[in-house]
Design a protein around this ligand. Structure first.
Ligand code: ZN
Length: 593
């Protein structure tokens, strides 16, 4: 029976390009997971968009002498280009700057208000006299009052991971110009996390058995040690979503409050674009749907504590306000498989110092699959990892080319040449043939279990191990010798290898879809494994915004062993991957910094 799987991907902030750390942290794992579930025939919606609002975009616009809208649009366009080139199959990649997102966010706000989970309070906030405006928390830096880390951001400390009260930060300074801000009074709405704490803690305890340790530490662990207090959810800022309450003109919903609502609003926009406006109910009003949030570790508190709090607090009131539905609550996160960080050549990635491997720049010189492969093999699932150019070249050459690529490259051209472009007729298979087929076919269970549990590195390793088993089989049967004396024996060996490769192609497909699709064609299939990506535009009262979409291919159960038919016509094969010169590592290092 097919399931409803919602794949939510962290919303990239539209004031910077995307680097490999962003990709391996959230976007790529989400795509692998989404592709796997599509191969299983499940109903997948993978959604995200550009986080268009907030002070970082406004600050960037000031610095560049342009408008926040133009800043967001220019970065948004580069996101669409990168995601399409890298095969990141968003069913919808939209933006927070849409009429739909405004309405959904305001309705979540009003639902929380109706349920008494909001209160207003006059508060002190850092004001930059040098700029004539209030500073958002993340633009104040100073010493963490919990752990003493000297470079804590006002909203969160990278030293201890705690969410901070910015007004308590020690020795504050403006991140924009280094000036010392002063505290001034303003009025804001607060989300009453204290009142929501029992329900949030219960939500987390129900997931204690499978949430990653880093996620539990920064959610349930924090609640048990410190408890939750109200958090301001509005800001003195004009670039963003207006607070939908009379008398609050000139204030906006805080970006962290509204950006997480994007998972819901993008699902709703997707349904509208499909012409099935209620389609999003299948994920959001369905207690059996599973929703996964792919994020980096810096986003854990927002997704594991605050977002569940928003959903619980909005309760049935959201449906009543938004589309007149009674008695249904929105689906809470099923899993939040947050990743740690990827460093670069032993140092923390820094966009501003150009210490980064940028996605679009990389793809000017290399194919997408080697990047996807390396970022999965090196994914920071349980601890920080390091992008190392020598390691990239080594894994490309030793694993992708030598183990998997060469297997296909030895067998397909050989079959194509000696059996006139057809899969050979094997007759009865020998025990060793049956054994290697069974070994590879067990991968649908073993690789699948790792993928289900979002252990993507382990899943890829297992697929690679199985390719190695087929290589051993090939070395043992040596069909290039067999064919000289016994073509019937060679036919058994080549048929067996083709069938194993046909299965491995599916096991590798979520990770390296471009090469799997090509292999699929070489093997003579005419319907692709996956659907296709395309860009489009959508129009609303805020103007036009561009979107990335995914047109599903055949929706059927494809996560199953090969049923390759003897006699099937093959297409002319070509190598799947390129070997890289060892000098590549030194050349690439010279480009850094
Ligand atoms: Zn700290």
């Amino acid at each position: 029976m097919s399931e409803y799987i919602l794949v939510c991907v962290a919303w990239p902030y539209a004031n910077s390009q995307i680097h490999v750390g962003n990709l391996t942290g959230s976007t790529l794992p989400a795509d692998i997971f989404a592709r796997y579930h599509r191969l299983r025939g499940n109903h997948v919606a993978m959604v995200s968009g550009s986080d268009a609002h907030g002070t970082p975009v406004a600050v960037r616009a000031d610095a560049d002498g342009t408008t926040p809208l133009k800043v967001y649009e220019s970065y948004h366009a580069t996101f669409l280009e990168l995601y399409q080139k890298l095969g990141l199959t968003f069913d919808l990649f939209s933006s927070t700057h849409t009429e739909n997102h405004f309405k959904v966010s305001q309705d979540i706000f009003l639902a929380l208000h109706a349920n008494n989970y909001l209160y207003s309070e006059r508060q002190k906030q850092w004001y930059a006299a040098s700029q004539g405006r209030f500073l958002p928390d993340r633009y104040v830096e100073g010493t963490c009052y919990i752990c003493g880390y000297p470079n804590a951001r006002g909203d969160q400390c990278d030293g201890c991971g705690s969410l901070l009260d910015a007004t308590q930060i020690i020795d504050p300074r403006s991140k924009i110009d280094g000036s010392t801000p002063e505290l001034r009074e303003t009025e804001h709405f607060y989300l009453d996390l204290g009142a929501l704490e029992p329900a949030i803690a219960e939500f987390l305890r129900q997931r204690e058995g499978y949430f990653r340790p880093n996620v539990l530490r920064q959610s349930l662990g924090q609640i048990q040690t410190e408890g939750l207090r109200g958090r301001a959810i509005t800001r003195d800022l004009d670039w963003g979503i207006p607070v939908p309450v009379e008398g609050w003109q000139g204030k906006c919903l805080y970006v962290w409050f509204e950006a997480v609502i994007g998972y819901l609003s993008a699902s709703i926009e997707l349904a509208q674009l499909k012409g099935q406006p209620d389609d999003w109910h299948n994920w959001w009003y369905n207690p059996d749907a599973r929703t996964y949030y792919f994020i980096g570790k810096d986003n854990i508190p927002f997704h594991a504590v605050i977002w569940p709090g928003q959903l619980i607090g909005a309760g049935e009131a959201f449906g009543r306000l938004f589309d007149g539905r009674e008695g249904t609550c929105l689906t809470l996160p099923y899993d939040i498989p947050a990743n740690e960080f990827m460093n670069l050549e032993g140092r923390k990635i820094s966009g501003s110092r150009n210490w980064a491997v940028w996605g679009l720049d990389f793809l000017e010189r290399y194919d997408p699959d080697p990047l996807r492969y390396y970022l999965t093999a090196n994914m920071p699932e349980s601890k920080d990892t390091d992008w190392d150019w020598e390691d990239f070249v080594r894994r490309n050459n030793d694993e992708l080319v030598a183990t998997w690529g060469n297997l296909a490259n030895r067998v397909l051209p050989f079959a194509y040449k000696h059996w006139e472009g057809h899969v050979p007729e094997p007759g009865d298979l020998r025990p060793e043939d049956q054994e290697v087929i069974a070994t590879v076919e067990a991968g649908f269970q073993s690789v699948g279990e790792h993928l289900e549990a979002v252990r993507l590195r382990a899943a890829l390793n297992e697929a690679l191990r199985l390719a190695g088993e087929v290589n051993k089989y090939q070395d043992k049967t040596a069909p290039w010798f067999e064919i000289k004396s016994d073509k019937a024996a060679a036919a058994k060996s080549i048929y067996t290898a083709l069938r194993a490769i046909d299965s491995l192609k599916v096991l590798f497909a979520p990770f390296i879809p471009f090469s799997s699709e090509r292999l699929h064609t070489y093997l003579g299939y005419d319907t692709p494994l996956f659907g296709s990506q395309y860009t489009g535009t959508a129009q609303d009262s805020l103007g036009e915004h561009s979107v990335l979409r995914y047109q599903p291919g055949k929706v059927e159960f494809q996560w199953r062993p090969s049923q390759l038919a003897a006699g099937q016509a093959l297409n002319p094969p070509a190598p799947l991957f390129r070997k890289l010169e060892p000098s590549v590592a030194a050349e690439e290092r010279a480009r850094l910094g």
